[in-house]
Design a protein around this ligand. Structure first.
Ligand code: FAD
Ligand code: DLZ
Ligand code: SF4
Length: 518
């Protein structure tokens, strides 16, 4: 039975389920670069270059192995621009008896696939994506009957199931979680290591030219492109991280520093999310470093928890709750996304830095995403769909299955607490404690209201006041509400007035711009 195997841009793994049973004498792989995928949000230029170059390299490797690959490039004049129409064209070219594909990472694409068998008049087999450590069915079984889902319990279950960082009688070190040790500011005198970056080869250089011409209006720099685009180089990047940065990953996991966009983070999410690396091998590499005495337990446990815990957990939530999940707006946030998210033009130094790093690298680390750009969007009440589209566009690792729960649930609490038990709302004091951004800012985090006050301060208290009906009974919010209740009515009035001025000031330039950004 002749089979056409469609491989999507985030499915670049040789062990992909769609390739099981592939017969090189008879079957054909189809890979397509399509306008619909490059523009469904205005992706960062580096993200497009990364994915298209990795696709071209993967196709080349498959061909070198003897597989027959039909590859449609973005600038092919016959390219019709979507997965569905390109698949239809390929079916007429090859006349297969069936189509096989691995389930996609996004609900949007999964819905498209529902129509394929009917439209093509062929059987279409959609196989499970077994590159995760927890299948969708296993997650659904874990979630079944629970009143609330909490990552920490899921994570412990995953430790037991996989045996990662386990001893016979329980977790290595006698504790599941060493987070209390992982909240240090970056001290003067500790310099994060230079990261392994990869100079573009001829294939990548071609793609960079294509992207520079065709997506000139998209957000982001292309000049510093240094991502690995093959599994071989992604493995080198992983090995370099384990050696050079993992030992301090835990200590400075929550830190932020001006001019240090990477700190001790792994920079492996783009590789994991398009299939160049697999989650188990990344966790095993970290565990091996611990067992070999090359990295401490607080670092290795903290790192493995991000992948075995958070990454698998958000994927589970996404597939369990979609499509209704994306529609919730528990805090009724309805403010347009401020223009500075695209331009970086703001005098708030923490935001300016997080956005500049994002522009330069198509990357920002977790605390920048959560506690700077995410925290601002939460406090300011930015419309979920607009801030989500921004996160989906600007990071090289952004795919909806992982971006949406992190933004909609973790950062802006639009799911009302399904993913996390309380909003990650913070005033300027948090950013000041964890970074050096405030020292060169136009504002002062210690000034609460009035001249020079850090905008995060009035916005934080105004957020609590505005959302009292929704958050006031949350036991984890008891302390901030107690502090709010100690304020005089006059101070509360000042906070509300100053927050309104800041928020009104945000809307004005955004409204003056064209509706579709950038
Ligand atoms: P490290 O900090 O070194 O962590 C190691 C790995 O753990 C990461 O590579 C990633 O695979 C995994 N990980 C860590 N935290 C999370 C998390 N919260 N959810 C899922 N996996 C996690 N991650 C994405 O991969 N794609 C996204 O589109 C994305 N959007 C986000 C949006 C917001 C608002 C927030 C707060 C977080 C988002 N994250 C996203 C999670 C996290 O910020 C990134 O995974 C991380 O910054 C990637 O960089 P790294 O590889 O250096 O990670
Ligand atoms: C993100 C992306 C981009 C920019 N371009 C392509 C593409 O041209 N061809 C392709 O197969 N995939 C691309 N992708 C990744 C897809 O958007 C991704 O596979 C789906 O969102 C499903 O997760
Ligand atoms: Fe950000 Fe406020 Fe610090 Fe400025 S003072 S960097 S706005 S937290």
């Amino acid at each position: 039975m002749k089979t056409l195997v469609l491989i999507l841009g985030d499915q670049l793994s040789r062990d992909l389920s769609a390739l099981d049973g592939f017969d090189p004498q008879r079957d054909v792989v189809l890979m397509v670069e399509v306008a619909e995928e490059t523009t469904y949000v205005p992706h960062h230029k580096q993200k497009i270059a990364f994915i298209l170059s990795a696709m071209r390299h993967f196709a080349r490797e498959l061909r070198e192995e003897g597989l027959s690959v039909d590859y449609v490039a973005l600038d092919d004049p016959a390219n019709t621009g979507s997965f569905s129409s390109e698949l239809a064209r390929a079916v007429s070219r090859h006349g297969p008896d069936r189509v096989i594909v691995t389930e996609p990472g996004e609900w949007r694409v999964r819905r498209m696939m529902d129509d394929w068998a009917r439209d093509l008049g062929l059987p279409v087999e959609i196989r499970d994506d077994d590159r995760f450590l927890c299948s969708r069915a296993e997650f659904a079984a874990w979630a079944d009957g629970r009143k609330s889902y909490r990552m920490e319990f899921f994570y412990r279950e995953m430790r037991r199931r996989t045996g990662l960082l386990m001893e016979e009688d329980g977790p290595v070190g006698g504790q599941w979680n060493f987070d209390a040790e992982n909240r240090k500011r970056l001290p003067a005198g500790i310099t994060p290591p230079r990261r392994l970056r990869f100079a573009p080869d001829a294939v990548t250089a071609d793609v960079i030219d294509l992207v520079a011409t065709r997506f000139a209006g998209h957000f982001g720099d292309l000049d510093g492109f240094g991502w690995a685009v093959t599994r071989e180089d992604a493995l080198k990047a992983l090995a370099h991280f384990v050696e050079a940065a993992l030992p301090r990953f835990g200590d400075y996991q929550d830190a932020m520093a001006e001019g240090e966009g990477f700190l001790f983070h792994a920079l492996v999410s783009p590789y994991l999310n398009i299939g160049l690396l697999l989650p188990r091998e990344v966790c095993v590499a970290a565990e091996t470093a611990y067992r070999g005495g090359k990295a401490p337990l607080n670092a290795v446990e903290g790192f493995i928890r991000q992948i075995l815990g958070w990454r698998e957990y958000v994927r589970g939530i996404y597939w369990l709750e979609m499509p209704a999940y994306a529609q919730t707006n528990a805090l009724e946030a309805d403010r347009p996304l401020p223009w500075f998210y695209w331009s970086g033009e703001t005098d708030m130094n923490c935001l300016a830095n997080a956005i500049a790093d994002t522009n330069r690298n198509a990357y920002a680390h977790h605390i920048q995403r959560l506690m700077v750009t995410g925290n601002f969007a939460l406090l300011a009440g930015i419309r979920p769909s607009e801030i989500e589209a921004w996160y989906l566009a600007v990071y090289a690792d952004a795919f909806e299955w992982v971006e949406l729960p992190n933004t909609h649930g973790m950062a802006i609490f639009a799911d009302g607490g399904l993913l996390g038990s309380k909003p990650y709302a913070a005033s300027g004091a948090y950013i000041d404690r964890m970074s050096d951004y405030c020292g060169s800012c136009a504002y002062d985090p210690k000034i609460k209201t009035g001249k020079g006050a850090c905008p995060f301060n009035p916005l934080y208290w105004d957020f609590l006041i505005r959302n009292r009906d929704r958050l006031g009974n949350n036991p984890r919010m008891a302390m901030p509400y107690k502090n709010l209740d100690r304020m005089t009515p006059a101070h509360v009035e000042t906070i509300r007035r100053e927050a309104a001025v800041i928020l009104d000031g945000l809307d004005a330039p955004a409204r003056a711009r064209p509706a579709k950004q950038p």
